[in-house]
Design a protein around this ligand. Structure first.
Ligand SMILES: Cc1cc2nc3c(=O)[nH]c(=O)nc-3n(C[C@H](O)[C@H](O)[C@H](O)COP(=O)(O)OP(=O)(O)OC[C@H]3O[C@@H](n4cnc5c(N)ncnc54)[C@H](O)[C@@H]3O)c2cc1C
Length: 439
């Protein structure tokens, strides 16, 4: 161990500091700024949108429960501009493919309009605390380290990094310590979409045949989401799983990048040789964010559990509702594990699929980090068991928790003690309704 003592310049002071500009962070910063709070958002890379842009994740899943639109407020803002700017690819009904470059510009526009300040290439690397209260976030920027002073902090890093640095408790993986696999998504060109029309079952049969031939894949992976049309001859590929990746472990992440890039050419060969319409397809690029589905789940005043899904539980402090099924990708490459996933999530009458028109509530307490006065979480790292995170983690869920965290943070910043644990929940819910949230 070595000790590092630094005199840091204060880059700025604000009411609400947001770490991470993915779906949750953008929703949080936007909502807080619209309440009149002085907001600063630090994003580690050069664009907003997280997995949905730099991560090349192909769809927004779970805007509705099939009857009610649940992801309203910030969700409407993004959805309407995606429509207006031709940001969706063809087909897939509600699950229309995201054109990532269009979505990047939409987030830019929305964040510029929000009144929040932000910096790209600003990685939050540490925090400064006094007792149970965070006072500063430490950032690494192009000109060195600096500190941002804030009253309230929001962790929207996806991986719960700010919370962990502040000493929050977290959970990782299922009861056996298994973590959902990651994927390195890819961008494809040269696809003849007119010719490509296999039904999902046919595509699966092609994949099965290829795996059984032993000619295509070093590690068999029976679960393939596929490539979805983006523009005329392009598509976003969510193909291949990186099994065993622990996103909280730096060495594991490095191996994950290597493995993600290793398997992409295998899929390119499979598609070119086996899937009509892909004869001339090439992978034009891979994502610049590693596609992490599951990492730290930060412990808050309440933890969403599987039973909340089955009971379609409602909470007195709910800040929104959600409905997407519990989508736990296969933990390993065995066929047995694929069948577990299929029976749980995709087969007719699957155990963890939602029921049309039904949804569960999201309590505010699942965002208020236990043991820390002025810290909220939003998005993929909220307080949930490994089942519930597999539902709420999708982007519309992140918009919902993000906007609630933003408004709650603006309220806490006005309070005498800046505590997120004493926010008046009825006032919060009314402000959320006025913001457009479905409550
Ligand atoms: C392969 C894959 C496929 C998926 N498919 C779908 C799908 O079809 N539909 C759907 O809706 N969802 C899907 N998801 C889930 C969804 O994309 C993510 O769960 C969601 O984007 C999480 O949002 P977030 O804002 O919490 O985190 P992220 O999207 O991960 O964004 C976090 C942001 O924080 C930034 N950041 C991280 N650390 C720091 C730091 N220290 N300082 C500053 N900034 C930092 C990152 O650069 C990033 O921009 C998928 C996820 C994966 C990985």
């Amino acid at each position: 161990m070595v000790e590092l003592k630094l005199d840091l310049r204060t880059y700025c002071e604000c009411d609400v500091f947001v770490a991470g500009g993915g779906p949750a962070g953008c929703a949080a910063a936007y909502a807080a700024a619209k309440q009149g709070a002085k907001v600063f958002l630090a994003e580690a890379i050069g664009c907003f949108g997280g997995m949905g842009t730099a991560g090349l994740v192909p769809f927004f899943t779970g805007y509705t429960d099939g009857v009610h639109t649940l992801c309203t407020g910030f969700g409407d803002l993004v959805f309407d501009r995606m429509e207006a700017y031709n940001g969706y690819g063809e087909g897939h009904g509600q699950r229309r493919t995201i054109k990532p470059e269009v979505l990047k510009r939409i987030y830019d526009e929305i964040m510029l309009e929000s009144g929040a300040s932000f910096q790209f290439e600003a990685k939050m690397v540490s925090v400064i605390k006094e007792g149970d209260r965070i006072t500063h976030a430490v950032l690494s920027m192009a000109d060195g380290l600096c500190a941002v002073k804030a009253k309230v902090f929001i962790d929207a890093t996806g991986d719960g990094i700010l919370s962990t640095l502040a000493g929050a408790e977290y959970h990782l993986g299922n009861k056996d310590g298994k973590i959902m696999p990651a994927s390195l998504c890819s961008f494809w060109s040269g696809i003849d979409w007119e010719k490509y029309n296999p039904h999902r079952a046919e595509l699966f049969a092609m994949l099965t045949k290829a795996i059984e031939s032993g000619k295509y894949f070093k590690i068999p992976d029976w679960h393939m989401t596929g490539v979805s049309q983006s523009n005329e001859d392009t598509g976003c590929g969510n193909v291949g799983h990186i099994f065993g990746l622990d996103a909280t472990n730096p060495e594991s992440r490095t191996l994950g990048w290597l493995e993600g890039r290793r398997i992409i050419p295998e899929y390119q060969r499979f598609y070119r040789e086996c899937v009509p319409g892909f004869e001339n397809a090439v992978v034009a690029g891979t994502a610049s964010l590693l596609g992490v589905r599951e990492s730290r789940r930060i412990v808050c005043d309440y933890t969403l559990v599987r039973d909340d899904f089955f009971q379609r539980r409602s909470f007195p402090d709910e800040i929104g509702h959600f409905s997407y099924g519990i989508d736990i990708h296969p933990y390993d490459s065995t066929y047995q594990e694929y069948l577990r996933f299929k029976n749980d999530f995709t087969a007719p009458g699957a155990r963890y699929d939602g029921t049309k028109g039904e949804h569960y509530g999201i309590p505010y307490r699942a965002l208020a980090v236990k043991g820390i006065d002025n810290l909220l979480v939003a998005g993929r790292c909220i307080s949930a068991d490994n089942y519930m995170i597999a539902s709420i983690r999708v982007m519309p869920g992140c918009f919902i928790t993000g906007q609630a965290a933003g408004i709650a943070a603006s309220m806490a910043a006005e309070g005498a003690d800046n505590s997120v644990h004493s926010v008046d929940v009825e006032v919060l819910r009314n402000k959320l309704r006025a913001f457009g949230a479905y409550i």
